[in-house]
Design a protein around this ligand. Structure first.
Ligand code: ADP
Ligand code: GLC
Length: 502
């Protein structure tokens, strides 16, 4: 390792810490975001380094150096691997085989590995030590509970550190439902004092929440849509954290996620049989035929004329699977076909497999994770279903719009912010409403979902109105540029805030 660099910090440099990112590892949208945000920040002039674990099977990167890391008396030498992320941004992969060479990213079958607190504490310590030796960043940007100890360690063990003292941090919540809970006896094993075990620190109903630590100690807290930033301050969406978040509301902001508009572009998507675009949608029919035949659905004129509903989702409560379960008898009676891809809770996987077996000519279901099939569904489906109970941002409704696939979504979080309903009344005064891009429903009930689907199927038959919806969606700008600039403003504010507080 090079000698510690010491102060001053590198201006306009950010150390990003998180648990998954494309192209290395992905279980959900966090990986899409952390795979594109560093390069987007680089494009607006920031030096961006993302630190994440080097999980089993990740071969990317060149080994640069290594250093011993101790957390709660547990010591290992971790190695750092360097891999480019585009536009001058880089990823640093932390190699610690005892912690990261495992079959699953977070734990077997959706459960947590019991030593997850240690795994991610080591990730955070390794990231901060990397910064000590390779140049102190102007700011640390930590994502979700796995990185939530970064703000906590910066305010505790690094508070008087010769290199990192005074480094401000931003903490982004991608999903408040994952709270990084562990038993209190983890505190000493994470080098945290018992003073953290109080209601206004990290204690949470007799246990410890790492997420709460990040919310408490970051200079600014952000979430991934403006609507979700408001929602999580209410008991309905706060997952028990609404009081904690209201306490921090002056420092809580919603920054909408962007999407990787190069990876998700129907005019040059290698997973589609033919390219298409807003001005020439013809190639979309080939994708529809391709996806139906991948699922073994009949591909004849009648089947192709019927609307195809797609869904790509983690199969968990958050995503509205219980609404679908309640409609299990009624969905097959709609004049539509379905192609579904996902994995998650057993009962929901079985639900879709049973539906597919009973209606093999109309419903196709795949359990598993398959990036190329996800692209083909986005390309080939006519509409895309996201009936989420809550949705911090959601990415698929944006991918869908890029692909002329009309999203049918519930009016929550990022879904409400990024999809405009076809039937919403035009405002009486003020600027003209921008054109509709999808179908949005309010109530979290099976009937409201069925109603929305029926509305979408009716609209599908009105070809001109449908084309208008598709084209309006395809013209939306979901690129990262605007969001990266918002983050940069937030970084500057956090830095100033810290300077002002001495
Ligand atoms: P979340 O992060 O809550 O799962 P998002 O909508 O933000 O929801 O992101 C999910 C991402 O994961 C999308 O890119 C989606 O296409 C992808 N995805 C989810 N399940 C699968 C799957 N089974 N196979 C391939 N991609 C999937
Ligand atoms: C979380 C949320 C999802 C969001 C993603 C990326 O997984 O559930 O809504 O899009 O993070 O921010």
């Amino acid at each position: 390792m090079p000698k510690p660099r010491g102060r001053p910090v590198r201006r306009r440099s950010v150390l990003i810490i998180g648990s998954e990112a494309l192209p290395f590892v992905k279980t959900g949208g966090l990986a899409d975001v952390l795979g594109s945000l560093p390069a987007a920040l680089a494009r607006v002039g920031w030096d961006a380094t993302l630190v994440l674990p080097k999980y089993q099977g990740v071969t990317a990167g060149a080994r640069i150096d290594a250093c011993p890391i101790t957390v709660g008396g547990w010591t290992r030498t971790v190695a750092f691997f360097d891999a480019p992320l585009g536009d001058g941004a880089r990823a640093i992969l932390v190699d610690c085989p005892d912690l990261f060479e495992r079959d699953a990213t977070y734990g077997p079958g959706g459960a947590d590995y019991p030593d997850n607190p240690r795994r991610f504490a080591v990730l955070v310590r390794a990231a901060l030590e990397y910064a000590v030796h390779h140049g102190a960043p102007a700011i640390v940007h930590a994502h979700d509970w796995q990185a939530a100890l970064a703000p906590v360690y910066l305010r505790s063990m690094y508070a008087s550190h010769p290199v990192l003292a005074g480094t401000p941090s931003v903490f982004t919540i991608h999903n408040l439902a994952y709270q990084g809970l562990c038993e209190a006896d983890w505190l000493p094993r994470l080098d945290l004092g018992w003073d953290q075990f109080t209601m206004d620190r990290m204690e949470y109903w007799g246990r410890v929440s790492l997420l709460k630590g990040g919310i408490n100690d970051a200079d600014i807290v952000t979430t991934v849509s403006r609507r979700y930033a408001e929602e999580i301050q209410t008991p309905e969406f706060g997952c028990g954290f609404d009081g904690i978040l209201r306490r921090r509301r002056m420092d809580l902001e919603g920054v909408p996620n962007g999407i990787d508009v190069e990876a998700w572009d129907p005019s040059r998507d290698p997973f589609l049989p033919e390219p298409f675009s807003a001005t020439n949608l013809a190639g979309k029919a080939a994708a529809k035929a391709a996806v139906m035949s991948r699922y073994g659905l009949p591909v004849n004129a009648a089947a192709l004329a019927r609307p195809l509903v797609g869904m790509v989702s983690r199969m968990v409560d958050q995503k509205g699977l219980d609404l679908i379960a309640a409609l299990a008898d009624r969905l097959p009676r709609l004049d539509a076909s379905f192609v579904v891809l996902g994995e998650g809770e057993d009962r929901y996987q079985r639900l879709w497999m049973t539906l597919a077996a009973a209606h093999a000519d109309r419903i196709g279901a795949r359990i598993g994770f398959d990036e190329s099939l996800a692209h083909l569904i986005e390309g080939g489906a006519d509409m895309f279903l996201m009936p989420s109970r809550f949705e911090p941002s959601g990415l698929n409704q944006m991918y869908s719009q890029r692909y002329g696939t009309v999203p049918v979504v519930r009016a929550v979080g990022g879904l409400a912010d990024t999809v405009r309903d076809a039937d919403a009344p035009a405002p009486a005064t003020g600027p003209r409403r921008r054109p509709a891009t999808g179908i949005v429903f309010e109530a979290y009930t099976p009937d409201a979902l069925l109603d929305a689907l029926t509305r979408a199927l009716d609209l599908f038959r009105r070809r001109r109105a449908w084309r208008a919806l598709q084209r309006a969606g395809m013209r939306e700008d979901f690129s990262w540029h605007r969001s990266a600039r918002e983050y940069v403003k937030i970084y500057d504010r956090a830095i100033k805030k810290r300077l002002a507080s001495g």
